[in-house]
Design a protein around this ligand. Structure first.
Ligand SMILES: [Zn+2]
Length: 159
């Protein structure tokens, strides 16, 4: 399942990418082009804009009435039954690999020593799992950030 988010949904797009869901996002893009990419690449358009969904040729979309990112995220997760990196999901469907929050590329696992000169020392010492975006050269690691992300997901889904 692939998405394209409209220009109002940048934060939502970043969350979906970190959760491994292929999500295109352009801060400045013409409506017509947005709809065309959705059609050509078979992507579900995520939008807050009721005008957009009336475009000819648009088949798959989700209209979000929520104002806040987490309300929107919950709507997308529940509408499409997205797999999530939560502890109660261990025997569930396989999770897609996480993507770079900046550019949507799939992150690559890298050996710990490769991250050494690119992450803060305390991170290097306390984390074992490192990933990198080849395109942005941005480093990611398993740590407090992931834990916060999981806690936030639990909070928005089950409260
Ligand atoms: Zn990237």
């Amino acid at each position: 399942m692939k998405f394209i988010a409209d220009s109002m949904l940048g934060r939502l797009a970043r969350w979906l990418r970190l959760l491994g869901h292929d999500t295109l996002y352009y801060p400045h893009i013409e409506d017509r082009l947005l709809v065309r990419i959705a059609h050509e690449e078979d992507r579900i358009l995520l939008t807050r804009d009721t005008r957009l969904i009336n475009f000819r040729g648009l088949k798959n979309y989700l209209l979000l009435s929520e104002n806040d990112t987490f309300g929107q995220l919950k709507k997308v997760i529940t509408s499409f039954g997205l797999a999530l990196p939560l502890s109660d999901n261990e025997n569930g469907p396989a999770l897609p690999p996480p993507r770079c929050s900046l550019c949507n590329s799939v992150l690559e696992d890298i050996p710990k020593e490769q991250a050494k000169d690119h992450v803060p020392e305390y991170v290097y010492l306390s984390s074992e799992s490192f990933k990198k975006c080849r395109k942005c050269e941005k480093y990611y690691w398993e740590g407090t950030h992931q834990e916060k992300m999981r806690n936030k997901l639990m909070e928005i889904l089950y409260n």
